[in-house]
Ligand binder design. Structure first.
Ligand code: TXA
Ligand code: MG
Length: 321
């Protein structure tokens, strides 16, 4: 299959919508990362997603909607549910995924057989246009091969999936750069995956404490199936250091440093690649290290970084070996 690169023009979005209506997969930009889209009620297309990504069958997908009322198509939660409506009011469209009870009439494959479904309204005009043009919500995992860093540019999607999917819409670089915060509100609210929308921001809106799920590979009861898999990993080894640590740098080391320290590290290690450590640039830096066949990524984690829960979570996951 030849993967076509589409622009964000309405004509190209219409082509993408038609492909989706015909059970094809189309990658599209969101504000977080590129998603690999399929029509949410198309079991054949959903099966393709698991196939081309090499994704474990028990890891469910997020349903992307363009209008609040679309929730009724996939969930049994009342639209005037207090927590849901206040979260949507505060954060949608935006990088918050909300897990609610699934409508039992929807196909099992929408949520890997779970009784709950994850829903988000992306804050990206192209994504919203595409969902409306297709006429149905879209399931969309990150458009990378399972285990590889999520794509934040159309080129990253091609690097992993060229020839395996029908099309990619090139919407430039994603502004947020890490995946959405996933929040389950079916019981007392719990964050299953941290992201750029923080625990305290959510607590302010819900006016109640919100807990954070601990990722554990050994736990029998995994709150969010995606959490048990090694994620966000470049091939290079990722080492987390504090700027006060002694570090060993070789010619095949990439340095990832807080933006304010960039100039001083560049001066100190002129022979090395040095990249700013931001959510937006994280996955591109991981891919860069692999493209250059570097063996290590030394990441300088100071308080400006460890205080960013979403970014810090991705760094910790990437450093797990
Ligand atoms: O920012 C994002 O969320 C991106 C863009 C494309 O929207 N999508 C994304 O999808 O990161 P994916 O499939 O790579 O990650 C989905 C996460 C996984 O950790 C999965 O386990 C969790 O959401 N999830 C999905 N459905 C769930 C459910 N019903 N219950 C609990 N967790 C769920
Ligand atoms: Mg993913």
């Amino acid at each position: 299959m030849k993967t076509i690169m589409l622009s964000t023009d309405q004509a190209d979005i219409n082509i993408a919508a038609e492909l989706l209506q015909n059970s094809e997969l189309v990658a599209f930009p969101t504000e977080t990362v590129y998603g690999l889209g399929a029509s949410a009620f198309d079991e054949k297309a959903i099966e393709k997603i698991y196939q081309v990504k090499g994704r474990p069958a028990d890891n469910p997908l997020i349903v992307h909607i363009a209008d609040y009322q679309d929730i009724a198509k996939i969930s049994s939660v009342p639209l005037d549910h207090e927590q849901l409506s206040s979260l949507a009011q505060a954060f949608w469209p935006g990088p918050l995924t909300i897990v609610v009870d699934r409508n039992p009439l929807t196909p099992d494959s929408i949520a890997a057989g779970l009784p709950k479904v994850a829903i988000r309204m992306p804050n990206h005009e192209v994504a919203l246009h595409l969902i409306r043009a297709t006429g149905t919500p879209l399931v969309a995992p990150s458009a990378n091969l399972s285990g590889r860093p999520s794509p934040t540019q159309a080129q990253h999607v091609l690097a992993d999936l060229d020839g395996a999917i029908a099309a990619v819409i090139d919407g430039g670089t994603c502004s947020v750069g890490i995946e959405s915060t996933v929040l389950d509100i079916t019981q007392s609210p719990i964050i299953l995956r941290p992201g750029s929308i923080t625990q305290s921001e959510i607590e302010m809106v819900l006016k109640t404490p919100v807990s954070l799920a601990l990722a554990s590979e050994t736990s029998d009861k995994v709150a969010s199936p995606g959490m048990k898999y090694r994620h966000y990993a470049p091939r290079a080894q990722v080492l987390l250091k504090h700027p006060s640590d002694k570090i060993e740098i070789t010619t095949s080391t990439l340095l990832l440093v807080p933006p304010l320290l960039l100039a001083s590290y560049q001066k100190q290690y002129p022979a090395n690649k040095t990249e700013p450590l931001t959510s937006q640039n994280l996955y591109a830096s991981f891919r860069l290290a692999d493209d250059l066949q570097l063996t290590t990524i030394v990441v300088m984690v100071d308080e400006t970084i460890s205080s960013q829960a979403g970014l810090f979570n991705r760094l910790q996951k990437a450093a797990q070996s």
